[in-house]
Ligand binder design. Structure first.
Ligand code: FPP
Length: 260
C-alpha cells in the first residue's frame, strides 16, 4: 500500500505517466513473447548496505515474484531467468548452498500462487548435479504446473550455454551414427531441437541488470536476433516500472532479422 502511494506521489511530482496507463499502452503493441533476464547485482546490493551477499540474493528472490506476476499479466509467454550458472559453483560453499536453497524457498512459498495464476514452471540446466532437496522442489513444481497454460516461468539453473551446445552436438552425432538422421537434415531448427530450450521460442528481449554488458555464457545460440536491454539498476532494486520500461524500449526498436 505504502509503495503504491509513494509511486502515485512520485508520478504527481514528476509528471510521469501512471504505471497502469503505461501498461495499457504497451498492450496495444507487440509484447515480447519470450523475455530472458540475467539477474545481476545481488551481491553489490548487499555490499552497499554492509549486509552479507546472501541477503541480496534473498531480496532478489522477492523480485522474481514481482516480475513473474508482471510478465504474466502483460501476456508474456515465456520468462527465462538465469538463476544459477555452471560457473557459479566456484563461489564460496556457503553462498552456493544458500543459492541452492532459494528455489525451494521460492517454490515453497509461492507455488500455490503460481498455480492459481496458471503459471507453468520449467527448469533448464544440468539437473542431475543439483542437490537432492533442490531437485525435489523443482520437480514438484514442474509436475504440479505442467498442465498450466499461462506464462512459462523457465529457470535456468545450473545452466551454461557452451556446455548445452556440446551436449546437444554429442547427442546429434550419436543420432547420426545410429542412422537416425542424414547430414542434409542438419539445419538451424534441428540444432535448436537438441538444446535445452527446445519447444520454446527464442527470446525476443534480453534484460541484464547491474551495468554489466556481457552474456556470461547465457543462451548464446538462442539470442542471435534478440534485442538487448541493459540497466545499471541492481536486481534487488529492479521494479515493475523498470520491466515496463524495457518493454517500451523494445517496442520502439525496428527488428529486421538481417533484412532491410
Ligand atoms: C548474480 O548476482 C545473481 C546470481 C548468481 C543469483 C541470482 C538468483 C536470484 C536473483 C534469486 C533466484 C531465485 C529463485 C527463485 C531461484 P551476483 O551475486 O553475481 O551479484 P554481484 O555481481 O553484485 O556480486
Amino acid at each position: 500500500m505504502l509503495k503504491k502511494f509513494q509511486r502515485w506521489k512520485k508520478e504527481q511530482q514528476t509528471g510521469e505517466r501512471p504505471l497502469s496507463d503505461r501498461k495499457n499502452e504497451l498492450l496495444k503493441y507487440e509484447v515480447p513473447q519470450h523475455i530472458a533476464i540475467i539477474m545481476d547485482g545481488n551481491g553489490r546490493w548487499a555490499q552497499k548496505r554492509s549486509l552479507p551477499r546472501m541477503i541480496g540474493h534473498h531480496e532478489g528472490m522477492k523480485v522474481v515474484r514481482t516480475i513473474t506476476k508482471a510478465a504474466n499479466n502483460l501476456g508474456v509467454k515465456v520468462l527465462t531467468l538465469y538463476a544459477f550458472s555452471t560457473e557459479n559453483w566456484k563461489r564460496p560453499k556457503i553462498e552456493v548452498e544458500f543459492l541452492m536453497k532459494l528455489p525451494e524457498e521460492f517454490l515453497g512459498t509461492f507455488l500455490p500462487e503460481l498455480i492459481e495464476e496458471n503459471v507453468q514452471v520449467r527448469v533448464m540446466g544440468h539437473l542431475e548435479d543439483l542437490p537432492p532437496h533442490t531437485l525435489r522442489a523443482v520437480e514438484k513444481a514442474m509436475n504440479e504446473t505442467k498442465h498450466n497454460t499461462g506464462l512459462i516461468l523457465n529457470f535456468a539453473l545450473n545452466y551454461g550455454s557452451r556446455a548445452e551446445m556440446v551436449e546437444g552436438i554429442k547427442r546429434l552425432a550419436a543420432d547420426y551414427q545410429q542412422n537416425q538422421l542424414e547430414i542434409e537434415d542438419i539445419n538451424e531448427e534441428l540444432i535448436s531441437s537438441y538444446l535445452m530450450s527446445k519447444e520454446l521460442p527464442d527470446p525476443d528481449l534480453l534484460i541484464r541488470t547491474s551495468g554489466e554488458l556481457r552474456l556470461s555464457n547465457f543462451m548464446l545460440w538462442q539470442l542471435a536476433y534478440t534485442e538487448f536491454w541493459f540497466t545499471d539498476t541492481l536486481w534487488p532494486d529492479f521494479t515493475e516500472e523498470d520491466f515496463v520500461e524495457a518493454i517500451e524500449d523494445f517496442q520502439h526498436r525496428g527488428r529486421r532479422f538481417g533484412g532491410v
